[in-house]
Design a protein around this ligand. Structure first.
Ligand code: NAD
Length: 290
């Protein structure tokens, strides 16, 4: 996917990985709409993008609101004239072992991490199709999307698995029309440990992040480096974008566990009655075709 002279929209662009992506896009000669619920931070990133010689504009957007994301998409086309790249990256984390967490944190996490990605994917995909633009949508998941299940992250992990599932299905649905990536980072040195700064009143209000999480995240990668890697991978049209090699072991282990379970359950292999879902879908579509 060509990056030069394209227009990109980055949600959660005011901080951390989103800021890293915005600056890397500018470094690759793209213009950027920096969208964030924290518009003051978004405006700071706009100045940094402009200092790299590219056009940028801030937009206050709450990705938990479908109307706000639709307004972002309309604004991006009106202001910039065209849009080709979208990074649905805004996200939060609420930590705690399952029995100690609240349903409100579950709702907040899915609202931002999953519904936010859904609204952004659908709003921009619909416009790409209507305008006949072969755009690219990169959704930020996590290493948790593919099986890193660290203690105290069940809610987060669930919301990020959903990001992978949604993005993977959209790439099948719009194959050849719109490109998709899922970014699955390991630890990156951002402000994610203090995500509670944005928790709305309806989900329990603001809270200060855990100092242990703050200490831990300092071991993370530089978000500027992650931003450059992401932009390079989108240029190369990668679906999965990884930042940490240890995730490979987790992926191999998960695949091995699945295959071993299948081999135990059907030691002689599956029978002829075991139609695959994709085969049935193809069969039914052929049957229903005029
Ligand atoms: N930092 C890591 O170690 C790490 C690892 C894996 C995945 N991620 C993912 O990367 C993405 C970016 O997080 P980060 O680490 O840069 O954290 P960050 O806190 O530095 O940045 C997140 C940004 O999202 C914005 N945001 C929060 N709620 C929003 C909302 N409702 N609408 C719009 N914007 C909102 C924040 O204002 C902030 O600018 C998230 O999806 C996160 O889950 C981060």
């Amino acid at each position: 996917m060509e990056i030069q002279n394209k227009v990109a929209v980055v949600t959660g662009g005011g901080s951390g990985i989103g800021r890293g992506i915005a600056l890397a896009l500018a470094g690759a000669d793209a213009d950027v709409v920096v969208a964030d619920v924290d518009v003051a931070n978004a405006q700071r990133v706009v100045k940094e993008v402009e200092a790299l010689g590219r056009r940028a504009v801030a937009f206050e957007c709450d990705v938990t609101s479908e109307a706000s994301v639709e307004a972002l998409a309309d604004f991006a086309w009106e202001y910039m004239g065209h849009v080709e790249l979208v990074f649905n990256n805004a996200g939060i984390v609420a930590l705690g072992r399952a029995v100690d967490t609240s349903t409100k944190d579950l709702q907040w996490s899915f609202d931002v991490n999953t519904f936010g990605v859904w609204y952004g994917s659908v709003a921009f995909a619909r416009r790409f199709l209507q305008k006949n633009v072969k755009g690219w949508i990169c959704n930020t998941g996590s290493e948790s999307s593919i099986g890193v299940a660290s203690i105290g992250t069940a809610i987060y992990c669930g919301s990020k698995h959903a990001v992978l599932g949604i993005t993977d299905t959209l790439r099948s649905e719009y194959q050849g029309q719109i490109g998709f990536s899922v970014l699955c980072p390991g630890m990156v040195r951002t402000n994610l440990w203090d995500a509670g700064r944005h928790r709305p009143e309806k989900f329990g209000g603001q809270f200060k992040g855990d100092p242990v999480a703050e200490k831990a995240i300092q071991y993370g990668l530089d978000p500027a480096e992650v931003g450059r890697h992401v932009v390079g991978c989108v240029r190369n049209e990668e679906f999965y974008i990884f930042t940490h090699p240890h995730v490979k072991e987790v992926a191999v282990q998960r695949a091995k566990e699945i295959v071993e379970a299948m081999d135990r359950q059907w030691p002689q292999g599956a029978g002829p009655q075991h139609f695959s879902t994709l085969d049935v879908q193809k069969k039914i579509m052929e049957e229903l075709a005029p």
